[in-house]
Design a protein around this ligand. Structure first.
Ligand code: ATP
Ligand code: MG
Length: 410
């Protein structure tokens, strides 16, 4: 069954108030086997809500609306549903009595504004609210069922589970399972070309996303039940894993830093960092991993040339000969920090993050990364477009990936 989500709330349209209800509902609907095809946000405005609900219902079997069911004047969802369905809004006498009793039990009286919570479009069904006062509504609109729930997240989730989830499962849509595969050291297009022929597998949808230096593949498999969905997922996932080999660094929520840290911990080895243009971001990323103290020695932010000498032990003659942004200096920083901090691995980054400071020879976005160990050092040079923040983030990913690959070599 196709599903749509309409979040009502003028405050959600501006910055600062994320629509977390829709994110939660999308995940939940998917797990119940519904295919979320549309998500929209509308202001607290009757015509806007009615328009959104009509558009959503025209292409869905189930529409979930959140917000705008409270007692205040700006709560317009009831009126909008009546308008969308072309039916009058009616006050339900039984519901009014129950609201009165509910308010009385809390020592409050039901004013004319609160009485609106007993209104429903003709033919609509109320959905009980075990947590708050505003009931939800279920309205038929063409071939779609529209379920309207309050905006308060705790009320919305409780009412969805109790009143809407069983109906979605009953629509017999089966289930969806998903997997995230994470790739480093590759471009989006090269991954796309390598895997393209796998995108058409029956019941499996693949999305490829580039995320600052790393690539995410999102696999969603549909099946009549969990075991069928899993079997479909695993067939595609297994082949992708085989083709991607060492470029695949993990799945689902794992980060590159956590993978590197896990490998260091397993091998009983340590790492130290020397960073120029990333100014400590690499050390920061490594220390996001709990337990990093077992394998991260520390590092130097070696920004100025004389600090590269003082803190990372680079020979000044090397900087004079090749420049601070060079393969030679990156390798020297990695070897120097490794030795000074007594680590098994040294990792270094030196580059031009911009927006100024680039030359024809060494343009903005040129970054050298190096990893040193007792066998010697590895180096990778990357030239990336992008702004300063993006270049710095990608450099961290590239350095972590260089270390990860060195660790895999033993
Ligand atoms: P209700 O139908 O329960 O009255 P409402 O939208 O009319 O909901 P508001 O006063 O607008 O009530 O919102 C109640 C709270 O719920 C606010 O803190 C609001 O930010 C939050 N909220 C409403 N919609 C969402 C949403 N889509 N995602 C996250 N929070 C939401
Ligand atoms: Mg609101």
């Amino acid at each position: 069954v196709k599903a749509a989500i309409v979040a009502v709330g003028s405050e959600l349209l501006g910055p600062g108030r994320p629509d977390t209800n829709a994110a939660w509902l999308a995940e939940r609907l998917e797990r119940l086997g519904a295919e979320v095809r549309m998500r929209c946000l509308v202001a607290d405005d009757e015509a806007a809500i009615a328009g959104a609900v009509i558009a959503a219902a025209a292409q869905s079997g189930i529409v979930v609306v959140t917000g705008g069911l409270g007692p205040t004047e700006d709560d317009r969802t009831r009126e909008a549903l009546a308008r969308a369905a072309g039916v009058p809004l009616e006050r339900d006498p039984d519901r009014l009595e129950r609201l009165r009793a509910l308010y009385a039990s809390r020592g409050r009286t039901l004013g004319p504004e609160q009485e609106r919570q007993a209104d429903r479009p003709r033919g609509a069904r109320f959905l009980e609210n075990p947590v708050g006062s505003a009931p939800g509504l279920i309205v038929a609109l063409g071939g779609a069922r529209v379920a309207a729930l309050p905006g308060v997240p705790a009320e919305m989730t409780a009412m969805f589970e109790a009143g809407v989830a069983p109906e979605v499962s009953a629509l017999g849509a089966g289930t969806i399972v998903r997997r995230l595969l994470r790739v480093a050291g590759r471009t989006e297009s090269s991954v796309d070309v390598q895997l393209r022929d796998l995108y058409d597998a029956v019941g499996v949808e693949v999305t490829i996303l580039a995320a600052s230096g790393s690539i995410d593949l999102i696999l969603r498999a549909r099946g009549a039940d969990v075991s069928q969905a899993r079997a479909r997922l695993e067939a595609v996932e297994g082949e992708m894993r085989r083709r991607l080999g060492a470029d695949l660094y993990g799945d689902d929520d794992v980060t590159l830093a956590a993978v590197v840290g896990g490998n260091l911990a397993r091998l009983g080895r340590t790492v130290a960092t020397a960073e120029s243009c990333t100014g400590g971001l690499l050390g920061g990323e490594l220390t996001t991993v709990p337990g990093a103290s077992a394998w991260y020695r520390g590092g130097a932010v070696a920004y100025a040339n004389d600090v590269k000498v003082l803190a990372a032990g680079v020979d000044p003659a090397r900087i004079a000969a090749h420049g601070a942004v060079s393969e030679e200096v990156a390798r020297a920083m990695a070897a120097g920090i490794r030795e000074r901090l007594g680590a098994d691995y040294g990792v270094a980054i030196t580059g031009v993050a911009g927006p100024s400071g680039g030359t024809p020879d060494k343009p903005v976005g040129l970054v050298h990364h190096a990893v040193a160990d007792r066998r010697g050092s590895a180096h990778v040079e990357l030239r990336w477009p992008g702004d300063r923040a993006l270049i710095r983030r990608r450099s961290v990913v590239a350095a972590l990936d260089l270390l990860r690959r060195r660790l895999m070599e033993g």
